[in-house]
Design a protein around this ligand. Structure first.
Ligand SMILES: [Fe+2]
Length: 334
């Protein structure tokens, strides 16, 4: 055991037999007891060494905070395999997917190199879309593992996942969903040019700040327009995701069929993500409250087909959740 080690928990579900993580893994058998070494950094993981291995799927072990980068690197190298592993609970796999994509986008957005951002978005979308199409999850499960803070990379990550769900529900192919997922990751790229002070300002923006904010679809378009990896639809997601069906949006005020369908998808989930997340000036809405609010923009702000499909996804998820909690109640009573 290391002296002076500050521990952070990791999910046992992300570990597989034989994996070499290159970091020490600890367990704490009871609260208050000191952590003890489980696997040293030079030995492979042997899950059978864990007590009660069949019941440990949701349990956590500990690593030193200073080894966090090493653990994240392990996740990035192995997340495709973890997402495909039926022995890992869906919630854990969703969590791994979210942590990896969010972490990759965080790093890329902070570096600010457009080519690198586009390449990384292409890389992460493959696993994401495959997993989100595996038919084992619903919106509530997904939104429960997502972060809901107001950073551009978190927002973009969440919007990308939601775009994939909506595109899948609308019948787009997995290849199209992948392109739309990438577009979701890139849609707010123009915000990289706007200061945090404006993006996180708790008070009403002044006119100058408001104009600056409204330029971000144009800036995003300019950043992506020359990139050969970016398709027309993805470009339109960045350029038109604040356009509205009745022409009341920005930056151009185009309406109806002049708005690209992928931008219409992005518009619905972009607003949903924003109103269900923490903002400096208000509390997040629940999924059903958000559905009610979105519905007020039917045919005026949002395309009816896209909105209906998204509301259906929300309602299905809420119904499943009610069924799930009902089942839990019954089994507890029984
Ligand atoms: Fe935006």
């Amino acid at each position: 055991m290391k002296a002076q080690c500050s521990y952070i928990p990791i999910s046992i579900a992300t570990l597989t037999d034989g994996a070499m993580l290159g970091l020490d893994i600890y367990q704490r058998l009871q609260p208050g007891l000191p952590a003890t070494l489980l696997f040293s950094r030079n030995e492979p993981i042997d899950l059978h060494q864990l007590p009660a291995p069949n019941s440990c799927v949701n349990r956590r072990v500990l690593i030193c905070r200073q080894d966090r980068d090493q653990y994240e690197q392990y996740l990035k190298n192995n997340w495709g395999r973890i997402l495909d592993d039926p022995n890992v609970p869906v919630a854990n796999r969703l969590s791994v997917m979210n942590e990896v994509v969010r972490d990759v986008m965080n790093g890329e957005f902070h570096q600010g190199d457009i080519q690198s951002i586009v390449s990384s978005a292409n890389e992460v979308a493959e696993n994401t879309v495959r997993f989100l199409n595996s038919g084992q999850l619903h919106l509530r499960q997904l939104s429960e593992v997502l972060h809901h803070d107001y950073t551009t990379f978190t927002h973009s990550t969440n919007v990308s996942f939601y775009c994939t769900l909506l595109a899948g529900h609308l019948g787009y192919s997995q290849q199209e969903q992948k392109e739309i997922a990438i577009g979701g990751l890139l849609h707010d790229l123009g915000k990289l040019e706007i200061s945090e002070r404006i993006l996180k300002k708790p008070d009403r923006l002044n006119w100058e700040e408001y104009c600056l904010l409204q330029r971000h679809p144009i800036t995003g378009f300019e950043k992506l327009a020359d990139n050969e990896e970016v398709s027309f639809g993805q470009l339109m997601m960045a350029y038109q995701h604040h356009e509205r069906i009745d022409g009341s949006g920005y930056p151009c005020g185009v309406r109806g069929s002049d708005i690209h369908p992928w931008a219409k998808i992005c518009a619905v989930v972009d607003v949903f993500e924003a109103i269900t997340s923490e903002r400096p000036y208000r509390v997040p809405l629940s999924n059903s409250e958000a559905a009610e609010l979105l519905d007020k923009g039917r045919g005026r702000e949002f395309d009816t087909e896209m909105l209906d499909a998204w509301l259906e996804i929300i309602m299905q998820s809420e119904r499943l959740d009610v069924t799930r909690s009902h089942r839990t109640t019954v089994s507890v009573v029984a």
